[in-house]
Design a protein around this ligand. Structure first.
Ligand code: FPP
Length: 246
């Protein structure tokens, strides 16, 4: 295992979430079609999944396709779905060999059947792996996730299984796609924009934000280590004073 000496092994974020932005710009800068940028971005996905596992990150959540991304030109949506399917098929062996457990956040029923099939196969095949949990956010939107949770909770109230007075933070969290997982400690956004873009709106409440100008296809192992090094310099106060947290 190669752990960088730059990092404190006792302060590795448990959960890292990533907005992988800048694939289109990476391609356009080179006069190439946007899907080539997405294809190149897969190399970064492979690199970051491997590095996160090596460094001892326990949960990695990648924003691969948002609910809003359905509004992109059909040819780009098609290209992304094709890349996703190929990735899931070709990476399953490596993912399994590295003890990674694959999960999906979002409305997977909206995905084309052939993508959903390979996704569900990969999720089932890796369900018992005990290493890194890799959440792929696919057809995911934070508001949609919260709306789905509210509907489920409301149904339980209507059926008399739940008293509205019992609804608290923990109960809401248990009805999100990330149920049972800790909230992200660190959010990385590549491509330089300073916004959340409807990603993990509930779960990111206390995440440290790391925004880099680096475009996703150029974001590799060393950039990931730099993001973690920056995280390790932060003092996380969770609403308390700096004296209280020492
Ligand atoms: C944002 O870049 C990126 C996406 C919408 C898709 C991310 C997808 C991948 C990295 C490849 C497939 C993913 C997996 C997990 C196999 P953008 O197109 O918005 O870039 P821009 O801001 O430069 O236009």
């Amino acid at each position: 295992m190669t752990v960088s000496t730059e990092l404190d092994p006792d302060n590795i974020p448990t959960h890292v979430a990533v907005i992988m932005d800048g694939n289109g710009r990476w391609a356009q800068k080179r006069g190439l079609p946007r899907p080539i940028g997405h294809k190149q971005g897969i190399g970064s996905v492979q690199d970051i999944v491997r590095t996160a596992g090596e460094l001892g990150v326990k949960f990695l959540t990648l924003y691969a396709f948002s609910t809003e991304n359905w509004n992109r030109p059909a040819s780009e949506v098609q290209a992304l779905m094709g890349l996703l399917k190929n990735f899931l098929q070709s990476e399953l062996k490596t993912i399994s060999a590295n003890n990674v457990s694959l999960r999906c956040l979002g409305q997977r029923q909206r995905l084309p059947a052939e993508v959903r099939d390979v996704l569900e196969h990969a999720i089932n095949q890796t369900a018992d792996n005990s290493g890194l949990i890799l959440n792929l956010a696919l057809s995911y939107g934070g508001r949609n996730e919260i709306v789905r949770a509210i509907r489920q909770i409301s149904e339980k109230c209507r059926a008399g299984l739940l008293d509205p007075a019992e609804i608290d933070d923990q109960l809401v969290a248990e009805h999100l796609d990330t149920a049972g997982q800790p909230d992200p400690d660190l959010l990385i956004r590549t491509g330089g924009e300073s916004r959340l873009s409807n990603f993990l709106l509930w779960q990111l409440s206390y995440a440290e934000l790391y925004i880099t100008e680096t475009l996703w296809p150029d974001f590799r192992k060393n950039e990931f280590i730099s993001a973690l090094a920056d995280f390790q310099k932060r003092q996380r106060r969770f609403g308390k004073t700096s004296n209280q947290v020492g």
